[in-house]
Write a protein that binds this ligand. Sequence first.
Ligand SMILES: Nc1ncnc2c1ncn2[C@@H]1O[C@H](COP(=O)(O)OP(=O)(O)O)[C@@H](O)[C@H]1O
Ligand SMILES: [Mg+2]
Length: 233
Amino acid sequence: MSKISENIPLMDIREVKKIYGEGEYRTEALRGVSFTIHPGEFVAIIGHSGSGKSTLMNIIGFLDTVTSGQYHFAGQDVTTFTEDDLAGIRNKEVGFVFQSFNLLPRTSAVDNVRLPLVYAGVSDHEQIERAQKALTMVGLHDKFENAPNQLSGGQQQRVAIARALINNPSLILADEPTGNLDTASSRDIMKILDKLNKDGHTIVMVTHEKNIAAHAGRVLEVSDGQIISDHRP
Ligand SMILES: Nc1ncnc2c1ncn2[C@@H]1O[C@H](COP(=O)(O)OP(=O)(O)O)[C@@H](O)[C@H]1O
Ligand SMILES: [Mg+2]
């Protein structure tokens, strides 16, 4: 995270539009969105289903590109990046956590977590060591060899968080991370995200639950492809 300067915004998004399809299938998912996020912030994105939250997360996380507008990440103009550049910055800077965990079935926790390192030229020994360390950090020191179907939902999401952390990303993007979890597991996951934020990771999290959003220092509300409020509760 040292390469990220505190002084320039981590993300600077200006008048971003995203249009899917054409003709009768044309959907304007983002209709001119602008905001900045600084290193160390914990931001919740709230809004109704279909308002554009996931589209925005995909753009922020370099999984998708803008139709128009500007996106600077740590001072770099991302809209000029090639597919390869985007894949590179995504692997290095972003850890993703999804509502549905997105783990490989029949694959141990350690092997799921070390997956992002397999193509990074890291030795097997170091991959396993780092995966075990990340799993220990999320409280799963006794579940290294368990496959997802041998873990509860909350434990599976903790494996997914460990995987997201394995490259020490500057940014953690979580899209409804507690959407499939019961209250107790949600609380565990939010404790981990709070700790990661205290340790210096910038977090952007989509949620539709008010009590989950309350963990963030700042809440952006999206409606019909636009930001209708930006406040610090
Ligand atoms: N890949 C896509 N192709 C076409 N339309 C899409 C695509 N992804 C999202 N949309 C549309 O864009 C709008 C915003 O969707 P989304 O960003 O998924 O909203 P949210 O995450 O807030 O529920 C919706 O109308 C949705 O149907
Ligand atoms: Mg969504």
